[in-house]
Write a protein that binds this ligand. Structure first.
Ligand SMILES: Cc1cc2nc3c(=O)[nH]c(=O)nc-3n(C[C@H](O)[C@H](O)[C@H](O)COP(=O)(O)O)c2cc1C
Length: 173
């Protein structure tokens, strides 16, 4: 099993989370790709993708994701297992909290992928609708908020990595 972690990050928070995920799961399994530097087509080489996306400017996709957004349509991702995490600020931008995470999920649904890593909304305060499913009980990926809940992030990352490793094992069994 090989895992590609692709992320965009304007002020390094999503990048730091990417490094932590790699260190938790193990650098022998996870290769990091900053979308600013690496070709998007590399996604096709992996069995499992972890995608990190922050939301910017009142519900907008981060700029490096924006730059490759249309190219995502041309990739063959059929059969890939995908776990996503989003970075945002639930108190400053609660109306748009993690909107980009939801937009990426919606973009990938028609591509024949299997999602893992959905995450409970309990413990967050926000009103946005885009990043949630199951009547609001789940985010479509791990929700991180380094602005208001930075002290919870390490535990959330650890728990989520264990969760997705279990879900990957189920997919490959
Ligand atoms: C001008 C500005 C606009 C933002 N807009 C949103 C937003 O609409 N939704 C959200 O959840 N977070 C928003 N944020 C918070 C960022 O997503 C957060 O700072 C995140 O950690 C940035 O990640 P990055 O450093 O990887 O780019 C905004 C932050 C700034 C400074």
């Amino acid at each position: 099993m090989n895992i590609g972690l692709f992320y965009g990050s304007s002020t390094c928070y999503t990048e730091m989370a990417a490094e932590k995920i790699r260190d938790i799961i193990g650098p022998e399994l996870v290769t990091l790709h900053n979308l600013k530097d690496d070709a998007l087509t590399l996604m096709e080489q992996y069995d499992v993708l972890i995608l990190g996306i922050p939301t910017w400017d009142f519900g907008e996709i981060q700029e490096d994701w924006e730059a490759i957004w249309d190219q995502l349509d041309t990739l063959n991702l059929s059969g890939k297992i995908i776990a996503m995490y989003g970075m945002g600020d639930q108190l400053g931008y609660g109306e748009w909290f993690l909107d980009a995470l939801g937009m990426l999920h919606d973009k990938l649904v028609p591509k024949g992928v299997t999602f893992i890593g959905y995450w409970p909304t309990e413990g967050y305060e926000f009103t946005s609708k885009k990043p949630i499913i199951a009547d609001g009980e789940l985010f479509v990926g791990l929700a991180l908020d380094e602005t208001n809940q930075y002290d919870l992030s390490d535990d959330r990352l650890q728990t989520w990595c264990e969760q997705i490793l279990g879900e990957m094992a189920e997919q490959f069994s």
